[in-house]
Design a protein around this ligand. Structure first.
Ligand SMILES: [Zn+2]
Length: 335
């Protein structure tokens, strides 16, 4: 219902038109502007919708009263003149002859008018729209579950008129007589354990407000697990790749590596191969329920320093001379 539209004008009737006149006007106009008769004409389509809207409000006494109230057009009491006129009208006008059934129009009427009347009726209860909001969580939170404060914009019942659209016969200025307002809402939401990337978590009833007593829509949390450039996660286990120097690989040593808790020490055994994997037990993600932790799995990669100096080259040659090592001698090249 839109109080800024003049439904009487749209239906080309006077403000005191009775139900029969409203119906008659509607039928004539609906036929004239029907989309089936004027296919592809956007203007006519709009007009047809507008006629349907006007009709659905004016033909319903309750809604018509409310509409009149909203427009501030209603008189506190109909004056005597009006009453008399109406009475005489009712008396003098014979019941209209039953209009010939117009098959074509009846069909149109039930298909379109019914639909539009429903759309604009305003009394049909309708579930509010759902809202989806993105939530970014860490891998640990994805495993263990977490709580988050999410900010959403949703429609709620107008607090001033309590959804009634009018206060003391005056249209509510807070909600422009719509009965609802759009408002930012902060919600504390619970994210269950073991959610996956793109999981959708439903929070019932926290979506947009239902219409005419309809249920509220639902809120959906669309889960995004924050990706690390360094770690990959596999359940509670954490994987990463660590570069080591040729001498660390050959002689072994203790190096510092990043873990999910910060830097930790790790022993590289002598004669470590590039690509070798090591497991650091219980350095993975914690399971808050059992208290257990996953492991950190480290793949080492031997990295040759770039821009070798003459001295370094000399030493590598020296190494090659002392040890005649052929790492390919045991490879069997079968196809
Ligand atoms: Zn209000």
């Amino acid at each position: 219902m839109n109080k800024d539209k003049n439904y009487y004008k749209i239906l080309e009737i006077s403000e005191d038109a009775d139900k029969r006149a409203i119906k008659k006007a509607y039928r004539e106009l609906a036929r004239k502007f029907h989309p089936d008769i004027n296919p592809g004409n956007k203007l006519y389509e709009e007009k047809f919708k507008e006629i349907g809207e006007a009709y659905s409000v004016l033909v319903d006494e309750k809604k018509r009263t409310q509409y009149d109230l909203l427009r501030g057009a209603i008189k506190s009491k109909p004056n005597a003149e009006q009453v008399k006129k109406q009475a005489s009208k009712a008396y003098s006008e014979p019941k209209p002859k039953k209009e010939k059934p117009e098959k074509n129009f009846e069909g149109i009427f039930s298909n379109f008018a019914g639909k539009f009347a429903k759309n604009f009726a305003g009394t049909e209860s309708k579930k509010g729209d759902d809202i989806t909001t993105d939530v970014h969580i860490s891998a640990s939170e994805a495993h263990n579950g977490t709580v988050r404060n999410v900010n959403i914009l949703r429609t709620e019942k107008c607090p001033k008129c309590r959804g009634k659209r009018i206060i003391n016969h005056v249209s509510c200025d807070k909600c422009n007589a719509t009965g609802e307002i759009s408002t930012h809402k902060q919600l504390n939401v619970k994210i269950p354990p073991k959610v996956k990337e793109n999981s959708r978590i439903k929070i019932s009833g926290e979506g947009n407000r239902g219409v005419n007593g309809g249920a509220n829509g639902d809120l959906y949390l669309l889960i995004h697990i924050i990706k690390s450039s360094f770690f990959t996660y596999e359940g509670l286990h954490v994987h990463c790749e660590i570069p080591i120097t040729p001498s660390e690989a050959a002689l072994g040593g203790e190096i510092q590596i990043p873990s999910i808790d910060g830097f930790i020490n790790m022993k590289i055994p002598p004669e470590t191969r590039s690509g070798q994997r090591f497991k650091l037990a219980r350095e993975g993600l914690p399971d808050t329920n059992s208290g257990k932790r996953g492991d950190q799995v480290i793949t080492v990669r031997v990295e040759i320093p770039p821009n070798l100096t003459e001295k370094e080259k000399e030493l590598y040659l020296e190494l090659a001379r002392v040890r005649n090592f052929n790492p390919r001698e045991h490879i069997i090249f079968d196809k």
